[in-house]
Design a protein around this ligand. Structure first.
Ligand code: 2IT
Length: 445
């Protein structure tokens, strides 16, 4: 495989899609050696087929706001790869959404879903609609209009969306409600649904909980444990909430959270009612964390800054892609950070990852660390298919098992000759091999 020529031709075909090209490059660099040791992959043009989405659906989403004004947004669904199972992945509503971001997310999702061991292909969707400051009625009308443009492409064995940034239980409920009305079938073609209509227990917590189970495995590998460690978390959405809750339960102290307006440093730790307060902050729809420091005066708000400047043992980016750059990574390493686990998708820039790996700082990528969210979505699909609801204990036990399994795959494929575990390489190789094998088994299609 000639990585440069593949990347050059992709860049020529998709100019300016920088997040997508970044995600592809990371995977290609990691799998180059194993790819070259399988000449049958080259013959079947596996890489060339894997880097292009199977299908992209784009549609206009027209809705009416509370003032009676007509609004237009763009909707997308990138159905990336269904070699392993039905397309599966979240929907993102955020002003920044564009095709490059959704293609990077769909590409990553394909390997992440492969790592879960569950039969799910990869997809992602969303819209440039910004939920910030929108009323509940506006959110509902937008969700309904979005589904009018997409429903024909969905189905329990075709494509099963879920939440992502800007899409939580409320939005999934509105989208699923409209979908169900159109198809007149209760097949659970969405995950992250409400508990009273097919949702799974533990799904809201699953991404953050799974990430902390993964961190526990990483620490156990080094004969260490999370108890007593200080943790920097970024973001204050569903993922940051779940991660903070589980880190605190396991005896760690989370000292930061952040939003687009800056970050909060709380030396006493974000615990107890402060964790519930994150949910309140999110529910206001303002997308700011500054009010935390007014509500809890022991905390300090640092406007326009990122939490990575604080000295901590563990850093958990939980906000969005490329939120931790090369300079942030240098600061963390200089301050003696022991472990960095990406909970957001592609939370670290390539420069940051190089800094961690070159300094032998334990680092793991989002597609391994945050896979517990989509894994629990897979468990929701199983429950829907058998028309049952499992107990929280059963879902949590399976989530635990899945995260341990992903960790084992990373160690198996990512351990370097000096004993350092390159989790990025391990996750990419393990995910890639599973997708490649599934594609090979199904012929040239
Ligand atoms: O990035 C992700 O894995 C998600 N947003 C969750 C996807 C899912 O289908 O649960």
């Amino acid at each position: 495989m000639d990585i440069n020529s593949i990347l050059n031709s992709l860049e020529a075909k998709h100019p300016g899609e920088k997040e997508y090209l970044q995600a592809v490059k990371e995977v290609l660099i990691c799998v180059e050696d194993v790819y070259n040791s399988h000449p049958e992959f080259e013959k079947a043009k596996i890489i060339e087929r894997m880097v292009e989405p199977d299908r992209i659906v784009t549609f206009r989403v027209t809705w009416v706001d509370d003032r009676g004004e007509v609004q237009n947004n763009i909707g997308y669904r990138v159905q990336f790869n269904n070699a392993i199972g039905p397309y599966k992945g979240g929907i993102r509503f955020h002003a920044s959404v564009n095709l490059s971001i959704l293609k990077f997310l769909g590409f990553e999702q394909t390997f992440k879903n492969a790592l879960t061991t569950l039969p799910m292909g990869g997809a992602k969707g969303g819209s440039d609609f910004s939920p910030r400051g929108k009323s509940d009625a506006e959110i509902m009308r937008f969700c309904q209009a979005f589904i009018l443009g997409l429903w024909k492409n969905l189905g329990p064995d075709r494509d099963v969306p879920a939440g992502d940034i800007g899409v939580g239980g409320r939005e999934v409920g509105y989208m699923y409600g409209m979908y169900k009305k159109l198809v007149n079938e209760c097949t659970g073609t969405f995950t992250g649904k409400g508990l009273s209509f097919g949702g799974s227990l533990v799904r809201p917590e699953a991404t953050g909980f799974g990430a902390l189970y993964f961190v526990q495995s990483m620490l156990a590998e080094k004969n260490d444990s999370i108890e007593g460690k200080t943790v920097a978390v970024s973001g204050f959405g569903n993922v940051a909430w779940g991660a903070t809750l589980k880190a605190t339960q396991l005896g760690a102290k989370v000292v930061t959270i952040s939003g687009p307006d800056g970050y909060i440093y709380d030396p006493e730790g974000v615990s107890g009612e402060k964790i519930d307060y994150l949910l309140y902050l999110r529910a206001t729809g303002e997308d700011i964390v500054a009010p935390y420091a007014e509500r809890f005066p022991e905390a300090t708000f640092y406007p326009g800054r990122k939490p990575w400047e604080q000295k901590v043992d563990i850093a958990l980016p939980c906000a969005t892609q490329n939120e931790l750059d090369g300079d942030d990574a240098k600061t963390l390493v200089e301050n003696g950070v022991e472990l960095v686990a990406e909970v957001s998708n592609m939370g670290c820039t390539p420069e940051a990852i190089d800094t961690f790996i070159n300094s032998r700082t334990t680092y793991a990528p989002g597609k391994a660390v945050n896979a517990g969210g989509v894994a629990t979505s897979g468990l929701e699909m199983s429950q829907n298919a058998e028309h049952l609801q499992w107990s929280a204990e059963e879902v949590d036990a399976r989530l635990h098992e899945i995260m341990r399994n992903i960790h084992t795959q990373c160690v198996a494929h990512g351990t370097e000759p000096d004993g350092f575990i390159n989790y990025m390489k391990g996750a990419n190789i393990a995910g890639f091999m599973k997708v490649a094998d599934a594609m090979m088994g199904q012929g040239i299609i």
